[in-house]
Design a protein around this ligand. Sequence first.
Ligand SMILES: Nc1ncnc2c1ncn2[C@@H]1O[C@H](COP(=O)(O)OP(=O)(O)OP(=O)(O)O)[C@@H](O)[C@H]1O
Ligand SMILES: [Mg+2]
Length: 235
Amino acid sequence: MLARLEAHVAEQQRFAANASHELRTPLAIAQTLLEVARKDPHHDTGELVERLHAMNTRAIDLTEALLLLSRTDRRSFTREPVDLSLTAEQAMETLLPLAEKSGITIETTGAKAPTTGSPALLQQLTTNLVHNAVVHNLPEQGTVWVTTSVHAGTVELTVENTGATLTPQLVATFVEPFQRGSERIRTDHAGVGLGLAIVASIAQAHDGTLTLTPRPGGGLRVTVQLPAAASRTAR
Ligand SMILES: Nc1ncnc2c1ncn2[C@@H]1O[C@H](COP(=O)(O)OP(=O)(O)OP(=O)(O)O)[C@@H](O)[C@H]1O
Ligand SMILES: [Mg+2]
């Protein structure tokens, strides 16, 4: 019990240190840009504004991800009926333009998958997974498969994608906060490495599980299992 508590405290401290470090980076870059501009009054302000804007956006994205994580961990949300096949459909619609730009095809299939939870958080979970499947895919001609299914007492969302060959050891690190894979294929995606930590936290807050498995031909298969909504007749 004490060992578990100590491990938890150590994990929290590591998380806080990583979060501070990640937040300091855009702030430090902004500071340098401002100092350079102050020393050179003829500096191109248009470029300065652009770069400061990019740094600021990154800091806001990171802060929002951190707030979302803490809200989810505290389980402070109301529960409503949610059909995962609809959240999957919505995630696909949101990410279709990005997928098309990257030459990636998204295929959605699946039955109604009714569960209970926060519609916004379950939408976030699904969107994060489909987003990952698009950005961490092959440089061209990649595919993403999104499937929903119902099993005894459980609903399942599976997001699978083509991509680089992954080892189980590497995949095991993906859920850790601020962990980014060693090789980045799409260099234009500078993620903060919180997407899967958020997915894990949302799944846990809904009494569900998250499983990551490398695909034999390369790429990843991610499965989220959640308790099925109790049917009216079962009451
Ligand atoms: N579907 C996937 N296929 C292949 N690799 C993946 C997939 N999803 C995640 N990864 C790997 O796991 C790492 C962590 O993913 P995570 O979503 O937590 O962070 P991220 O995508 O890098 O940044 P962001 O915070 O913007 O989501 C990624 O950097 C990537 O290397
Ligand atoms: Mg991500």
